[in-house]
Design a binder for this molecule. Sequence first.
Ligand code: PLP
Length: 422
Amino acid sequence: MQPAKAKPAILGGPKAVTLDHSQATRWPILTEEDESAVLQVMRDGDLSCHRVTRELEDDYRSYFGVRHALAHCNGTAALLAAFFALDLQPGDEVLVPSATFWASVLPMLWLGAVPVFCESEMDRLGVDPEDAERKITSRTRAIVVVHLWGMPSKMTELFALANKYNLKIVEDASHAQGAWWRGRQCGTLGDVSVFSLQSSKLAPAGEGGVLLTNDDEIVERAICLGDIERIRELDSPSRRFAATSFGVKTRMAPLSAAVGRVQLRHLEERNSRRTDNIEYLSERLERLGVQTFRSPAHIRRVYFEYFVRLPESPIPRDLLVRALQAEGCEASLPRYPLLHQQPIFTEGLFARIARLDGIAGGNVPRYAEDDLPKTTQANMEMLRLPSFPNTHRALLDEYAFAFEKVLANADAILSADLSPPT
Ligand SMILES: Cc1ncc(COP(=O)(O)O)c(C=O)c1O
């Protein structure tokens, strides 16, 4: 049926999406291979220091072609270790995106480092290099790069910035397992790079994180922070810290590592399935004026999550989401609130956690909700759809039809008396 002639479900018409979602969106995919890897660890009986964690590190080292991979109990701990390993000092400033998960930024507060929020650019959703350059001061030491939702950031410009101002790059590649930028893998682009292996990630372990680097000093500092077993194995003077570490415990549970190894083996094939599904739908949505963030030629993005943007939507976004949900789509609003707008920053608590009083030369920043107008505006135009790890074309066709129907009937939806849900 012609979309314009079909009655939208929000106005009492039939739903466009009738097929079952339960398998299409099920994640993670766990099979007997994961089960037997976990069982092996259990049968061996060493739930803290089983060799499987080292094997996971070996897998990451060879998969990403880096000198060092250090497993962590989660991505947040790996990020704390990365910031610590760069030797950030109280009052040092770090350029960061606001549109990311909190763990890309907040661990640095425990070192007294000051996050400086930058606008995101709307081609790739990463830190906007121009805005970042405007915010550089004599105290800026590093930049956090997040490949949001699996789209590699604008690395050419960000590398240029890092070189020009002598900044370290912390790459939070948690969303981008398996993505490539100009022939280089995401996760190998930072001075230090981090993956979260939390359950929703593309190669999950349940809880886990991996820190990657080619720099011997960085990995040694990360080890000293919290990996007591490995401190004992160092053949440098740092071995003297083997009785204490630096007060944090970061090692990964072997049961998680066992799952993480199996999942990494399937990363490529499972990423391709998501990409095929999403690109099929994206082609249809682009014809409707929807921005879908497909990979430019020099990039291979992955789809940790599938976000689309409707900069010129004829229907306000909240109503659009309601109309799509009425059609049976699993559509929702972005799930990360912008960080610079969160109370920990706007109410000033961050400065107490970071112990900034007195040490930053009076340089305690103020954050306000309207600090990043471009990012705020763009965030209000984003819409989240399922990332379809496991689906068939028929369901994707139904999604496309739901969008076509809702947008073709925008005027009717707008003029209907639709009281907001209670
Ligand atoms: C971009 C990003 N960075 C860091 C993390 C933190 O990782 P974890 O949950 O493993 O601590 C996550 C999410 O979980 C994330 O999405």
